[in-house]
Design a protein around this ligand. Structure first.
Ligand code: ZN
Length: 317
């Protein structure tokens, strides 16, 4: 049967200060700002997209920065950690880089075989990991402050904490084309393909507090589907599972449906196309504020009211 879900598309999180967010992700982590637009449901707020050279699905971390927003809390019912994939030989480089910029982190630890993990948090407390491995052949962004050989290649995995993992596992395996591929202790790993970057780790954490939304927390996880036709088929499956999906929404760079998984995390199904070069050429991605048609006549007002953002790559080389 045709595979309707091909892996992770993007992760969207909530930040406080937009400039600090840009400095952390484009500066310290060296990701490319692939799109600067607004929240389509609240256009006075930015929507910043970071990723690899083209913003390929599986590399895109996006943020809604609400200046002054109170911090959220990690806990069950939330995607608490987003993990990036890096070359196994880059670990010394990154430990030195984190030290140089004063970014606190945990000691490296081995999780599964050939997988060394360093946990850190961004300036808002968002949970992140650098996962050093030798299985990922994707190349990261070569135009940033981090040399291509050490650049982030995209996601490695995401980690969702659940009261119990079974109902979410059922959704992943029965409707979303995932297979169980590994487990260790209270961690259960699923993947839609064996390509790196697509691992979904469900962690049973019944004793943790319930997560609270706020800055430094993830808003939703988007899975990738090839076309609008496959998206409709996934939508039918979600309806059959009584999870009440939204209608298809136009997000300009992809179309989307949303629904809440049984453990409480908001899931999205996003199409691979048209992608981020629909409104600016690949070499200029992220350079200019891009607005969907419905907000274009409001551009002058939005450009005045959104905080100005500046980035100097030399500070991070
Ligand atoms: Zn999304």
């Amino acid at each position: 049967m045709e595979q309707l879900i091909t892996g992770i598309h993007h992760v969207t999180a909530i930040a406080s200060n937009a400039q600090k967010n840009l400095d952390f992700y484009s500066g310290i982590l060296g990701l490319r700002l692939v799109k600067k637009t607004v929240n389509f449901d609240a256009p006075e707020v930015y929507h910043l997209y970071y990723g690899d050279e083209k913003g390929n699905p599986g590399s895109i971390l996006t943020f809604f920065p609400y200046d002054g927003l109170i911090a959220g809390r990690h806990g069950k019912g939330m995607l608490n950690t987003t993990s990036f994939s890096l070359a196994g030989t880059s670990i010394e480089y990154w430990l030195n880089r984190l030290k140089r910029f004063g970014i606190a982190h945990k000691h490296p630890e081995e999780r599964f075989q050939n997988e060394v993990v360093v946990y850190l948090e961004d300036t808002d407390g968002l949970g992140l990991e650098l996962v050093f491995n030798d299985t990922d052949t994707r190349s990261g962004y070569s135009g940033g402050p981090v040399a291509a050989e050490h650049a982030i290649k995209g996601f490695f995995s995401v980690e969702i904490w659940e009261e119990g993992y079974e109902r979410t596992a059922g959704l992943l395996t029965e409707q979303l084309d995932h297979k169980p591929i590994a487990e260790k202790g209270n961690r259960f790993r699923f993947a839609a393909t064996d390509k790196p970057g697509n691992y979904i780790d469900l962690v049973c954490a019944p004793d943790s507090m319930k997560a609270l939304a706020g800055s430094g927390t993830v808003h939703h996880l988007a899975f990738s589907t090839p076309t609008s036709v496959t998206q409709q088929s996934v939508r039918q499956r979600i309806l059959q599972r009584m999870l009440n999906p939204t209608p298809v929404l136009d997000r300009n760079y992809f179309t989307s449906i949303y629904f809440r998984e049984p453990g409480g995390v908001l899931f999205e199904i996003a199409t691979e196309l048209p992608g981020f070069s629909i409104d600016e050429a690949v070499e200029h991605l992220g350079a200019r504020l891009q607005l969907p048609k419905q907000f274009e006549n409001n551009r002058e007002h939005l450009e005045k009211t959104l905080p100005s953002l500046a980035f100097n790559i030399e500070n991070y080389q």
